[in-house]
Design a binder for this molecule. Structure first.
Ligand SMILES: C[C@H](C(=O)O)C(=O)SCCNC(=O)CCNC(=O)[C@H](O)C(C)(C)COP(=O)(O)OP(=O)(O)OC[C@H]1O[C@@H](n2cnc3c(N)ncnc32)[C@H](O)[C@@H]1OP(=O)(O)O
Length: 547
C-alpha cells in the first residue's frame, strides 16, 4: 500500500466538511472512515480465516453452508392455549417455515400452573400455556416429531418441559434418539439479564448437567442448551458485551459439564448459541464471525476437545426486538430485513425475523407471514446464498472481526479476575456493564446523536395506528384452568404422588433427575407440582440488590 497516497487522501478528508453524526457503531465502538490493507496488516488467511467447515470456522461451520442447506426458518410462536398455538404452527409450516419454535407464557416460564394465584391474568398472554403432558400432546397434535426440529424457549423449568416433549414423542411412537431440537436451558443469562429464574445457581447447574448426561445416552441429536446473547443485548448491552458475556457463559457450562464428570466431547457438540441481530450491519456480521473463531480456539486449545464437532459454534439468530418502534410500525419490516441479512451474511444456522407488530403485541398471521417472506426473499431472490462468507477479505469486516475478538478477550480476562461467571454475577458485574451501556444508548437517542426514524426524527405528529393487533381472548384462561382441574380429577393421583415423592428423594442424592422427572410427566403430574417439589428441596434464588 502506498503510504503517501493514503496520507494525501487523509489530509483532504480531514479538511473537508462532514455530516454532524456519531461515527461509531450502534454499540458505540469507534470506527474509522476508511479501512485499507494497513488495518489488516497482520492478517494470516490460513490461521485467522481458513475455509468453511474448517478450523477456526470464521467462514462458517459447514463446508457448503447455504449451498448445501439453507438456514432453518424458525419463527418463535405460541399464544393462548395449546390448540390455538398448534393451529399457528401448522399455518407456519404450510407457508414454508422449516422448523418450530415454542414461546411459553409467563406462568409456564416461572414454573406455575395456570390455576396458581400468581398466574392470574397471564395465562396464554405472551406464549402458550403448558401445564401438563396433555397440553404438550395437543400442542404437537398432527405434527410428526421425527420430521420437524423444535426449539423450546424455556429455562428454569427446561428439564420438565423437555421431559414432556420426550413423552409426547413416545405417545406418537417416536423414540427419543430420533428427536431433533433445542431447549434454551440457559440459566446464567437469566441471572445476568432476563431474570426468569427459579432455583439458585448450584441446583440449576446440576439440572443442566443432568440434561447433558441424559441427552448423550438417550436424545443424542438434541441441542441441550441455547447459550443466549439475545437477552443480554435486549437488556441494553453492546455487541462486544453480548459476544463476550455469552461466550463466557458458554465456557462456564463447559466447565460445569467437565466438573460433573463428563468428557468434553460427550456434550460440547450439542451446545448451541443464540445471538441478536441488531441494526449495525457490519458490526453484527463481525460479531458472528468472531464468535465462531473464539469458540473454536478455546474449545480446542483450552478445553482440549478432540472432536471437531465440539469446536463448532452453531447459532440461532433473532432480529432485535429492541430496535423496533411502536411509531410507524411498518418501518419495522425494513429494519428486520437488514438485520436478517446481517445474520445470513454472518452464517447463522437458524433465524427468527420479528414481525412488524411485535413491539405492540404478539404477531398477527399477516404480520408473521411478511416476516417469514422476508427470510424467503433473502434466501431465494437476492443472490446472497450463492457465495459463502462473501464479505471475507473486506478490510473493514476483517478489522472489525479482529477488534471484536480483542475486546471480548479483555472481558474474559476481567471475568476470570472476578472469579468466574457466577462470582461476577454475584458482584453485579454484568448487570452494571449492561446498565451503563443501555444508558449511553438512550442518551445518544435523546440527544439525537443517533437518529431513530419515526421516533426522534421524521416523526408523524398525526399518526394513527392502522395495523391489525392480535388480541388474546381472556376467556382462554378459564378454559385452561377448567381443563387442568378436570385432568387433576381424572388422572391416577396415587401414581402422581408416588412419582413426586421419588423425585423429592432423588433431589437429595446425586442421581440424574431426568428419569424421575420423566416418570412424573408420564403420569400427568403438572409442571407446577414438579417444580414445587424442586422449589421445596432446592430453594429459590434471590438477587442481591445493587445500588
Ligand atoms: C426472545 C425470545 C424470548 O426471550 O422469549 C427467545 O428467547 S426466542 C429463542 C428461540 N430460539 C431458537 O429458536 C433456537 C433455535 N436453535 C436451533 O435451532 C439450534 O440450536 C441450532 C442453532 C443449532 C440450529 O439447529 P437446526 O437444526 O435448525 O440447524 P442445523 O444447522 O443444526 O442443521 C440441521 C442439520 O443439518 C445439517 N446441515 C446444515 N447445513 C448443512 C450443510 N450445508 N451441509 C451438510 N449438513 C448440513 C446440520 O449439521 C444438522 O445435522 P446434525 O445435527 O446431524 O449435525
Amino acid at each position: 500500500m502506498n503510504k503517501e497516497n493514503f496520507n494525501k487522501w487523509q489530509e483532504k478528508f480531514t479538511n473537508a466538511a462532514k455530516r454532524d453524526s456519531s461515527f461509531t457503531t450502534v454499540s458505540g465502538l469507534p470506527i474509522n472512515p476508511l479501512y485499507t490493507p494497513a488495518d489488516v496488516a497482520n492478517f494470516d488467511y490460513e490461521k485467522d480465516l481458513g475455509y468453511p467447515g474448517e478450523f477456526p470456522y470464521t467462514r462458517g461451520v459447514q463446508t457448503t453452508m447455504y449451498l448445501g442447506r439453507l438456514w432453518t426458518m424458525r419463527q418463535f410462536a405460541g399464544f393462548a392455549t395449546a390448540k390455538e398455538s398448534n393451529q399457528r404452527y401448522k399455518f407456519l409450516l404450510s407457508q414454508g417455515q422449516t422448523g418450530l419454535s415454542v414461546a411459553f407464557d409467563m406462568p409456564t416460564i416461572m414454573g406455575y400452573d395456570s390455576d396458581h394465584p400468581r398466574a392470574y391474568g397471564e395465562v396464554g398472554r405472551v406464549g402458550v400455556a403448558i401445564d401438563s403432558l396433555q397440553d404438550m400432546e395437543i400442542l404437537f397434535d398432527g405434527i410428526p416429531l421425527d420430521k420437524v426440529s423444535t426449539s423450546m424457549t424455556i429455562n428454569a423449568p427446561a428439564s420438565v418441559i423437555w421431559s414432556m416433549y420426550i413423552a409426547t414423542a413416545e405417545k406418537q411412537g417416536v423414540p427419543s434418539h430420533k428427536l431433533t431440537g433445542t431447549i434454551q436451558n440457559d440459566i446464567l443469562k437469566e441471572y445476568i439479564a432476563q431474570k426468569s429464574w427459579i432455583f439458585p445457581p448450584e441446583p440449576s447447574m446440576r439440572l443442566i448437567t443432568d440434561i447433558f448426561k441424559f441427552a448423550k445416552d438417550h436424545v443424542p441429536k438434541w441441542n441441550t442448551i441455547s447459550i443466549s446473547g439475545y437477552h443480554i443485548r435486549e437488556a441494553g448491552s453492546t455487541a462486544v458485551q453480548e459476544l463476550a458475556f455469552t461466550l463466557a457463559d458458554g465456557f462456564a457450562y463447559v466447565e460445569a459439564g467437565i466438573a460433573a464428570g463428563l468428557d468434553v466431547d460427550d456434550f460440547a457438540p450439542r451446545l448451541s448459541f443464540f445471538f441478536n441481530a441488531h441494526l449495525d450491519f457490519f458490526e453484527e456480521i463481525a460479531k458472528y464471525r468472531a464468535a465462531r473463531r473464539i469458540w473454536a480456539r478455546r474449545m480446542k486449545e483450552k478445553y482440549k476437545a478432540k472432536d471437531p464437532r465440539s469446536w463448532l459454534l452453531r447459532f440461532h439468530t433473532q432480529t432485535a426486538g429492541c430496535s423496533l418502534t411502536a411509531q410507524q410500525p411498518e418501518n419495522n419490516i425494513i429494519r428486520t430485513a437488514y438485520e436478517a441479512l446481517a445474520a445470513v451474511l454472518g452464517g447463522t444456522q437458524s433465524l427468527h425475523t420479528n414481525s412488524m407488530d411485535e413491539v405492540l403485541a404478539l404477531p398477527t398471521e399477516k404480520a408473521v407471514t411478511i416476516a417469514l417472506r422476508t427470510q424467503q426473499i433473502i434466501a431465494h431472490e437476492i443472490g446472497v446464498t450463492n457465495t459463502i462468507d462473501p464479505l471475507a477479505g473486506s478490510y473493514f469486516v476483517e478489522a472489525l472481526t479482529n477488534k471484536m475478538e480483542e475486546e471480548a478477550e479483555k472481558y474474559f480476562a476481567k471475568i476470570e479476575e472476578l472469579g468466574g461467571v457466577l462470582k461476577a454475577i454475584e458482584k453485579g458485574f454484568f448487570q452494571k456493564e449492561i446498565a451503563d451501556a443501555a444508558y449511553e444508548y438512550q442518551k445518544a437517542i435523546d440527544s439525537k446523536r443517533r437518529i431513530v426514524v419515526g421516533v426522534n426524527q421524521y416523526v408523524d405528529e398525526n399518526e394513527k395506528l392502522d395495523i391489525e393487533i392480535l388480541k388474546i381472548d381472556p376467556r382462554i384462561e378459564q378454559e385452561q384452568v377448567a381443563r387442568l382441574q378436570k385432568l387433576r380429577e381424572e388422572r391416577d393421583n396415587l401414581r402422581v404422588q408416588e412419582c413426586l415423592a421419588e423425585l423429592r428423594k432423588a433431589a437429595n442424592t446425586s442421581d440424574n433427575l431426568i428419569p424421575y422427572i420423566l416418570n412424573c410427566v408420564r403420569c400427568y403430574s403438572t409442571l407446577g407440582e414438579i417444580i414445587q417439589v424442586m422449589r421445596d428441596e432446592f430453594g429459590e434464588y434471590k438477587e442481591q440488590p445493587l445500588f
